[in-house]
Design a protein around this ligand. Structure first.
Ligand code: FUB
Length: 484
């Protein structure tokens, strides 16, 4: 097991960083993640400029901030910076340079920027266009370009994937009502920006050829591993990433299954979203194969909104026939095994969270007031505030925070730190039904000052989960716990 300082958690980036839509790639001896950049407390997705984070391939708990790599005002169509940079992707061209693809929210065109190094700085190159100069997305009959995913194949051919389920009104696109039939692929010239072969429908969103109950919605992401093309996408359920696989980049994709759901829906046969194991919302990410292990990168929701999403990742289990199992959400995603059974942990690494009434779905229709009785991840201070801590707020009677997994060795005491108006107990067990009790901590919090509460603890040595349920009056903010 790794030293505590280098352990990898979920979310794997610092607690005050909000990167959704993260696409992981290995360049040289580091893993780079390219995602959108949410602003904590904002009323909309992706209000910040693109930044990049990277980690050594053999130290996935040691992420380094690479700085701002592209600003929304760099695109000449967005000089005032009013449009927002949505989910990007990056590919290495045949010339060895790094190409960044992005859509401005719902504008319906695809921008391309280029850099000599994986962490930029990226310079604007152009918008994806036809040979006659017409922008892709602006020709009669074009689909609505959204969520670009790019692959440069071993033979140098360049494929661009895109798509969105919902029709987009003209007022948002800048004049044209755009409607997609599903997910599309087109081929680009080696210049990475000119259309070579026009788009074709790959994944109908309904009817023949669609993936029943897991129809394509958005979040196109493409990888080629061992001669097979893996297409990862978000289904119409929105909280899950599914995959389809083919021997060709442009046809023959077969549905593979769910890789992850940000509420663990579809896991262990549960299809009921009300029984989800965390608050649901959109998700988007990509696969990574590293040292013969496969991972799925995705994002979770925080702050009772869809606009403060955080980067998570899970290791995938591959079956003998090459298919992948759905990964449960964990607290130890990239760690290569359970977290140490002793040490201090932020409550923010809870991979499961629900209230006495179950969970809900954060989206534009569900205002915060609907969640007034629910626990949620949040932080004090504004977006970008250094050293600010993330915690679980609003732990009320019946609220549960779950953590997976720890390698327990001689556990004897658990301390928890909280503040608020709570008066009750925090029951801690190895199972969600709270049958295998580990500890029971009495809690009487102070409204303003963080205080620590401790209790004796017992659990058999070995790998196990830990669920914490509050029972009592009032509510508290849960900052961290220590296993001793
Ligand atoms: O981050 C903005 C949008 O939310 C992305 O384009 C979608 O895939 C969804 O993740």
């Amino acid at each position: 097991m790794k030293k505590e300082a280098k352990q990898a958690f979920n979310p794997y980036l610092p607690e005050n960083e909000y990167i959704p839509d993260g696409e992981p790639y290995v360049f040289g001896d580091r893993v780079y993640v390219y995602g959108s950049h949410d602003r904590f407390g904002a009323p909309m997705f992706c209000m910040n400029d693109y930044v990049c984070w990277s980690a050594p391939v053999d130290e996935l708990g040691d992420w380094r901030y690479e700085g701002v790599i592209y600003r929304k005002k760099q695109d000449p169509k967005n000089k005032l910076g009013l449009r927002l940079l949505f989910a990007p992707d990056v590919a290495v061209g045949v010339d060895g340079r790094y190409y960044l693809y992005y859509a401005f929210d719902f504008l319906g065109i695809t921008g391309v920027a280029v850099a000599d190094e994986p962490a930029g700085p990226f310079e604007f190159l152009g918008h994806v266009h036809y040979a006659d100069g017409t922008l892709w997305g602006r020709k009669k009959g074009d689909s609505f370009p959204f969520d670009p995913g790019v692959l440069v194949d071993e033979d140098g051919r360049v494929y661009l994937y895109s798509g969105f389920y919902t029709p987009v009104p003209a007022i948002i696109t800048g004049g044209r009502k755009l409607q997609n039939r599903g997910g599309y692929v087109l081929e680009l010239e080696a210049d990475m920006v000119t259309v070579k072969e026009p788009e074709k429908l790959l994944f109908p969103k309904e009817g023949a050829g669609s993936f029943p109950n897991h129809e394509f919605f958005e979040a196109s992401s493409i990888r080629k591993y061992n001669g097979k093309y893996y297409f990862v996408y978000s289904s119409r359920h929105n909280h899950e990433l599914c995959y389809a696989v083919s021997d060709s980049p442009t046809n023959g994709f077969r549905y593979g299954g769910t890789l992850v759901s940000n509420g663990d829906v579809f896991l262990d046969g549960n299809e009921d979203e009300l029984q989800a194991r965390n608050y649901l919302g959109n998700t988007h990410g990509g696969m990574l194969c590293l040292n013969d292990k496969y991972y799925i990168f995705y994002h979770r929701q925080t702050n009772r909104s869809s606009y403060a999403r955080q980067a998570c990742a899970e290791e995938l289990v591959q079956n003998e026939d090459g298919s992948f199992q759905q990964a449960p959400m964990t607290s130890c995603g990239l760690n290569g095994g359970p977290l140490s059974g002793t040490g201090k942990y932020g409550a923010r690494i809870a991979c499961n969270l629900w209230s006495k009434h179950g969970v809900g779905r954060y989206d534009a229709k569900n205002r915060r007031k609907l969640f007034k009785d629910h626990p949620y991840f949040t932080q004090d201070g504004k977006d970008g505030h250094e050293n600010c801590r993330q915690y679980i707020a609003n732990m009320r009677d019946g609220a549960v925070a779950g953590f997976k997994y720890f390698d327990f060795r001689g556990l004897s005491e658990i301390c928890v730190m909280g503040r608020g108006t709570a008066d009750g107990v925090l029951r801690i067990a190895a199972d969600a039904d709270m049958k295998c009790e580990i500890a029971c901590v009495s809690i009487k919090t102070d409204k303003k000052v963080w205080k620590t509460f401790a209790a004796d603890a017992r659990i058999e040595d070995g790998r196990n989960s830990m669920f914490m349920r509050f029972e009592g009056g009032g509510r508290f903010d849960f900052l961290e716990f220590e296993l001793r």
